[in-house]
Design a protein around this ligand. Structure first.
Ligand code: FAD
Length: 393
């Protein structure tokens, strides 16, 4: 059995950033588990671009020496915005090699609490006993599959997170469900890859980012005004962006107002650079699916306007719904003892759950610290808050 002060579960942007920050704390024994950048590498489609802007795509490190520019200089891999998925993955892997060369790529199979702290069971049976556990396991466990599609086999309906290569649908009829970035970009990639695509969007319009007003506020009024209105973390519209970048302030506001601001900041939206790529793809707005019936190798789909179509596959760009009880590695007893609202843990300073010594970073922290936590750019706040909490201990 191995003892350590802190174990970090997950080596995506949040786990890597937290590890890099905690590594600066003298005498703290840290172990970090998980395959680096694996969610980005396995659950996002080849050919994708990041929606977040340049300033919001650096993985935070304590010295500011591991930014995208540093990676470009070291690797010779030059790219600009929008950042291509593969370049971001390579950047994350480079960051890991620089900051956490001692990463242990094994999966954590089980986390339990015991009298002295926690007990982690690794996939090969080894046991580690940390005093604190930092869960930075991302949203991969939370893919949302609406109930009307749940009875279909995965050959007929799948979630966007299940695909790395959308080219496998070349020549097939694919119905994409959803009006956010993931659905729209998948639609574009499918179309470009030779599939016959139609996109069904429940809302009556698509919210395209980087519109005329936002572009004018970002670039037209000069750098000074732009910086006043938009924080580099780039979550939320003009003005609200500054509040979202300050979770300690945001969490003091009444819950109702926080919820309103959250919805305003991260509603389903598509990057403007997708508009041209989707001009030949039919998009049905204000429609939803009322029935799906498998017919041999295909599926018959009926919409609420009475129209029907038969397709080879339904691709669900229906996003993610946080529910920490779906983290399979959390022992049920431990998961039950975490106080939560609608699947989001209640977190106090240092992103600590109601179980002392158990912290949760990333999207599950959004209920307590705002929508910034759903994005790479929130890792700086999370890592620094974690350091402060551990230093106080
Ligand atoms: C299609 C898509 C596009 C996106 N685009 C952007 C964007 O442009 N900009 C942006 O800021 N955000 C974007 N996001 C959101 C993005 O998911 C988060 O910003 C980011 O992944 C958060 O990092 P994380 O470290 O919390 O999670 P992840 O990157 O998911 O990392 C979690 C890691 O934990 C590992 N893990 C899980 N369970 C275990 C276990 N039991 N043992 C060991 N390891 C484990 C996983 O394998 C994974 O590598 C996008 C999301 C999607 C789905």
């Amino acid at each position: 059995m191995r003892q350590c002060d802190v174990a970090i579960i997950g080596a995506g942007p949040y786990g890597l950033s937290a590890a890099a920050h905690l590594a600066t704390m003298r005498g703290l024994g840290i172990r970090v588990f998980g395959q680096p950048m694996s969610f980005w590498d396995r659950s996002m489609p080849v050919g994708m671009f990041l929606r977040s802007g340049w300033s919001a795509t650096h993985i935070a490190d304590p010295r500011g020496s591991l930014k995208l520019e540093a990676y470009q200089a070291a690797s010779g891999n030059h790219f600009s915005k929008p950042v291509p998925l593969n370049s971001f993955i390579q950047y994350g892997l480079w960051y890991q090699r620089q900051a956490i060369p001692q990463l242990d790529q094994r999966k954590v199979a089980r986390v339990e609490s015991d009298a002295k702290g926690f007990r982690l069971l690794l996939e090969d049976g080894e046991v580690v006993s940390p005093r604190r556990v930092i869960v930075a396991a991302g949203i991969g466990s939370f893919a949302r599959r609406p109930k009307e599609f749940q009875g279909l086999p995965s050959s007929l309906a799948s979630h966007t997170s299940e695909h790395r290569h959308l080219q496998r649908f070349a020549g097939k009829r694919v119905l994409v469900i959803g009006g956010g970035q993931s659905a729209l970009e998948s639609g574009a990639l499918l179309h470009e890859g030779g599939a016959q695509v139609e996109i069904i969007v429940r809302s009556r319009s698509i919210h395209w980012l980087q519109g005329v007003a936002s572009t004018a506020l970002h670039y037209g009024l000069g750098k000074f005004t732009s910086r006043l209105l938009y924080a580099p973390t780039d979550v939320g519209p003009a003005g609200i962006s500054q509040l979202m970048a300050r979770p300690d302030l945001l969490r003091r506001l009444p819950r109702e107002l926080q919820t309103k601001l959250w919805k305003r900041s991260v509603r389903p939206a598509g990057s403007r650079w997708l508009v041209a790529r989707l001009q030949d793809v039919p998009i049905r707005l204000g429609r939803s699916v009322v029935s799906v019936v498998p017919v041999g190798q295909s599926v018959k789909v009926r919409l609420d306007d009475g129209s029907e179509r038969t397709v080879d596959h339904i691709l669900l760009g229906t996003g993610y719904r946080v529910d920490i009880s779906k983290y399979e590695f959390l022992a049920p007893e431990l998961a039950r003892s975490i106080q939560h609202s609608n699947g989001y843990p209640w977190l106090k300073e240092g992103l600590e759950t109601s179980v002392p010594g158990l912290h949760i970073l990333g999207a599950p922290a959004a209920w307590s610290f705002g929508p910034l936590m759903q994005f790479v750019s929130g890792a700086r706040y999370a890592s620094q808050a974690l350091m402060r909490a551990i230093a106080r201990d």
